[in-house]
Design a protein around this ligand. Structure first.
Ligand SMILES: NC(=O)c1ccc[n+]([C@@H]2O[C@H](COP(=O)([O-])OP(=O)(O)OC[C@H]3O[C@@H](n4cnc5c(N)ncnc54)[C@H](O)[C@@H]3O)[C@@H](O)[C@H]2O)c1
Length: 272
């Protein structure tokens, strides 16, 4: 399985069942996470955007995943069908990975103030933030013995990053939703956290104007002077969804080679 990545093998997820959303292809962050969870013995269902079956099926087979179901998170009937499919396959689940975001290309370039439309704003909020709340409610209903829910965010929620615009606002809402969901679900033994990776080369990044410069800056402005690795993000996901993360909830964990801690660079300081 997962020819692309050498994920550490082990038994941290042995006996655990859960759902991974958001796999579009082998570059998806969700695929990296699924590869790591499979290498640690997790049993998974994949929920993917309708129409992507041909791409997902070979990946699912490689990871030994038998339950592969379509879901459009903007459609209640589709959500009902997908979650009842998961319940039918597994009964209870232990973890849920939400790796879903979308904004129209026109919202992801130039002036935030000039280019943000009501329609585009609400679409981004619906798919990238509300879907998490809806998934958390439905996943929690399948977690009678507690569990772990993880979503994916980006530092454009905390700082104004060129072109990230509406998606940054949606990610800020998503991160707040993580804290509120963690508070609600904590007494049920369900932990809720977000990972905040640096820029990574995926389909989502390709939709952002200047995505390539986000990658380059993510590297040159990071403490480690390095790209964010899929192995690093998948390892952090493993920590959060396994029992290793037992006392961590409501957090946004940066996995970005130290991009978020930096002020200005040595070169910029020398210019001074
Ligand atoms: N790539 C990056 O640089 C980066 C950095 C930080 C956070 N993230 C976040 O990671 C997550 C995964 O993105 P990715 O970079 O792996 O890209 P990706 O394009 O591979 O994944 C995004 C997924 O969202 C799914 N999706 C979109 N609309 C949907 C809908 N209506 N219903 C169901 N699924 C839908 C897509 O099918 C796709 O699988 C996103 O939340 C993204 O914002 C990405």
């Amino acid at each position: 399985m997962a020819e692309d990545y050498q994920m550490p093998k082990g038994e941290l997820m042995k006996g655990k069942r859960g759902v991974v959303t958001g796999i579009a292809n082998h570059q998806s962050i969700a695929w990296g996470i699924a590869s790591q969870l499979a290498a640690q013995g997790a049993e998974m269902a994949f929920l993917h955007l309708p129409g992507m079956e041909r791409r997902i099926q070979p990946l699912a087979e490689g990871a030994g995943v038998k339950t592969v179901l379509p879901v459009d998170v903007t459609d209640d009937a589709s959500m009902d069908a997908a979650f009842s499919g998961v319940e039918k396959a597994f009964g209870a689940i232990d973890f849920f990975v939400h790796a879903i975001a979308f904004a129209d290309r026109n919202e992801l370039k130039g002036s935030f103030v000039e280019n943000t439309t009501r329609e585009g704003f609400l679409l981004a909020m619906n798919i990238s933030a509300f879907s998490f709340v809806d998934c958390a409610k439905r996943a929690a209903a399948l977690m009678p013995n507690g569990g772990s829910i993880v979503t994916l965010t980006y530092m454009g929620s905390e700082r104004a990053i060129p072109n990230y615009n509406t998606m940054g606002v949606a990610k800020a809402a998503l991160e707040a939703a993580v804290r509120y969901a963690a508070r609600d679900l904590g007494p049920k033994g369900i932990r809720v956290n977000a990972l905040s990776p640096g820029a990574m080369r995926t389909l989502s990044l390709a939709g952002i104007s200047g995505g390539r410069s986000m990658l380059a800056k993510g590297r040159s402005l990071s403490a480690m002077q390095a790209d964010t690795s899929m192995e690093g993000v998948a390892g952090a996901a493993l920590w959060l969804v396994s029992d290793l993360g037992l006392s961590t909830t409501g957090e946004v964990i940066h996995v970005d080679a130290g991009f978020h801690i930096m002020g200005f660079t040595e070169d910029e300081a020398a210019e001074g």
